[in-house]
Design a protein around this ligand. Structure first.
Ligand code: ZN
Length: 369
């Protein structure tokens, strides 16, 4: 019998760290897990031994979401596993709340008063976090004519239910509720940059489609990839079309970005933000990053086939969504499911497979050419 995608992945034999605990991954590299208040209930973060400008301490990769539960978990980790050393740098793979939420708090000493540490992040990711935190120019919270926000975006794609629209409108403060602050300044990191952390160099692999310019980190010496959200073992990376860039084709950006990850060794140990570390057996070369990327490509090819089939009759994105997402969705999941459905529709539209037809009421339907 053919193995399911999940069974085909070879997970590392490592204990999942309890909240507040750590699991050693390699010399000087530790796995930390933090809670999330969503259906996806955890995020993996990484602690690396470092020495920056002569100060011995920790580089923390991704910060966790800005909730009291995550602060409490960090306090435990700091007390029990930091060996009295400070954080010398907070490095974020991208701007999403579960990654950047507590970056300012951690950088400002995490209530210990013992250190201040800079945020290292890509320019686009930093600026996007600032915009969302301030609910700045691109996100208008009022519903005036032409207002650009999640509710009007999804309304244009066929969501009419007043209750859902109202809930989407009320959700405008979602980002600030999870990211209480973003540091006032940052150290800019670049695609293909080599960053020295402790005794090792980590190569920045940029990825697109999930966020503006996601930065994963690969260490050849340790054969480790901190993949962030770009390559996940169990769930597929979300790539959504959001209101501020309604014609975007994030699926193309994402699939193109996977090439850089396919060049890594089969047996690289992948440290993902969600799920468990995995990597191919060096002997069999099965179950590692190449296998997972093949699965992801097949997954999206199947979803695109379903999307095209569904559009033999003209449909709004909200009518295609249940074809791609068959389970019951809460509001948080609905925003991602809608965003991702539009991503598949936009991809086929840009490829000339579907046409996009504006309806008399201004909404958009997609139809097979
Ligand atoms: Zn993300």
């Amino acid at each position: 019998m053919k193995k399911s995608p999940e069974q085909a992945i070879r997970y590392a034999d490592l204990p999942i760290p309890e909240i507040g605990q750590i699991t050693p991954i390699a010399k000087g590299v530790y796995w930390v897990r933090m809670p999330l208040p969503f259906a996806l209930d955890h995020i993996n973060l990484w602690m690396l031994e470092d020495s920056l400008e002569g100060v011995k301490g920790w580089t923390v990769i991704d910060a966790g979401v800005g909730t009291e539960a995550t602060r409490a978990a960090w306090r435990q980790v700091i007390q029990n596993h930091f060996q009295g050393l400070p954080i010398v740098r907070v490095l974020c793979t991208h701007y999403h709340p579960d990654h950047i939420g507590l970056a300012a708090w951690l950088g400002n000493g995490a209530d210990t008063g013992r250190w201040t540490a800079p945020l290292w992040i890509n320019y686009a990711e930093y600026q996007t976090a600032r915009v969302f935190l301030g609910a700045g120019a691109s996100i208008k919270l009022d519903e005036g004519a032409g207002a650009v926000n999640m509710a009007s975006h999804f309304h244009r794609h066929g969501i009419n239910d007043p209750d859902t629209i109202e809930k989407l409108r009320a959700r405008s403060g979602h980002f600030p509720s999870l990211v209480p602050e973003v540091p006032d300044s940052f150290v800019r990191i670049f695609p293909n940059q080599s960053i020295r952390i402790g005794e090792h160099h980590w190569h920045v692999i940029a990825g697109y489609g999930h966020s503006p310019e996601h930065c994963a980190l690969y260490c050849e010496d340790l054969n480790l990839l901190i993949s962030g959200d770009m390559v996940l073992p169990k769930i597929s990376t979300n790539m959504s079309v959001w209101p501020q860039e309604p014609d975007a084709d994030p699926l193309k950006l994402y699939l193109d970005s996977l090439h850089a990850f396919e060049l890594l060794p089969d047996d690289v140990l992948v440290l993902p933000s969600h799920g468990k570390p995995f990597g191919a057996d060096p002997g069999s070369r099965a179950g590692g990053i190449k296998e997972r990327i093949t699965q992801l490509r097949e997954h999206h090819r199947d979803r695109l086939d379903e999307t095209r089939e569904a559009c033999r009759e003209a449909k709004h994105a909200c009518e295609v969504m249940p074809v791609l997402f068959k389970r019951q969705l809460d509001l948080h999941q609905l925003t991602f499911a809608m965003g991702e459905t539009i991503a598949h529709l936009n991809h086929l539209w840009h490829a000339g497979v579907l046409k996009r037809v504006t309806q008399p009421d201004g909404s958009l339907k997609f139809l097979t050419v």
